[in-house]
Ligand binder design. Sequence first.
Ligand SMILES: Cc1ncc(COP(=O)(O)O)c(C=O)c1O
Length: 412
Amino acid sequence: MVVKQTNTEELRGHETVDEIRKGPKFRPVLHALTSNPGVEMMNYAEGKKDMITLGQGEGDSPTPDFICDATYQAMQDGLTTYGPTLGQWPLRETLSQYYKNIYELDIPERRIFVTSSGSTAMHLSLASLLDKGDEVVAITPIWKNLIGAIELTQAENVQVSLDFDKEQGWSLDLDKLFGAVTPKTKVILVVTPSNPTGWSATKEEMKAILDFARERNIWVLSDEVYGRIVYDSDHKNMRADSFLDVAQDDDLLLVVNSFSKSWAMTGWRLGWIVGPKIAEDKIRDVALYNNLCPPTFTQYGAIAALNEGEDFLKSQVDLWRSNRDILVDRFKSSGNVDMSYPQATFYGFFKVHGQDDCKLMTKRFIDEAGVLLAPGCAFGATAKGYIRMCFAVSERRLVEALDRMDVVLQNS
Ligand SMILES: Cc1ncc(COP(=O)(O)O)c(C=O)c1O
């Protein structure tokens, strides 16, 4: 299914056209942002007692001490001032070395741009590429914030859904993806591994997408923030395939990444982009006027994460793999839930048989089970009926949530 969602299709629930006309004069695009059912459900659950919160995309471990210690040290060393717009050179160099060590790729530091989060990396990328009237062809289901980020640029988002099959899980139909590209298309957006489905593009698919984009001179924007959260890997180190594995150095490719998920650093707000040489000046221009530079001392914590973080990451992924198996077994034995076996990320994306209203189901899990999940309709027009559950918590917490959820599953 291909859905073209224009920015003016849907007004947010609390604003009528009259209210907008009379109200303060914000940019029209802010009135036209599509609604965010995930936030709606968080608001619905707010204040309710004894809630298990599995609706957001983060683990429940604190940032490890060795990362915090390196950050305190940087503060004590006086690294508390503005820094270079595209990041501290020691971090850019460490990222280059990280690509050598973990990805066996040679990415010079000048092609690596440090940003104030993966979200910012995405905004800077989109802001440097898109104008009103341009189109972004995005593979969905997709994290809602990326759709919001496109809407803010006033470009149109064209959503191409992965297909779901009970046996095979989620898969990409390349013909459908390429068929959605028009002369207005400026960017093909891929999230691999995908939040929320756990689907990952194969190397062959990545190569086909890059070849197609190269012929038409359009950009590929790949969000790879879950690239290290994989449960199976053909590579020397546990990691997903990356567009960088199959790209040429000067391809119109921007790969977005983040420190948030792999090293328990969601609150730190640090990410990076890998791009072609020609992007360095342009991303710098946008970043300069956006935030001047990423925070200085936290970048030294990020260096510690890259240099010393492999054991921590492995312990996290081991826990999440075991949680993933518990979740899959429980849903299988419930008999009325469809969910693919996530090979990556820390999300279960499931559908209860016969229940197509994901907001209603999410409310039932809140009210009847005391478990907050994310409604699937937050992940694009084609994900109706699905629900996303983050399993990056302790086994005890996960099992408690699943026990509570049984009430709803048995009565659906
Ligand atoms: C696909 C995807 N990209 C980016 C992010 C955000 O990363 P950051 O915390 O660095 O902004 C998320 C967070 O959930 C995500 O799921």
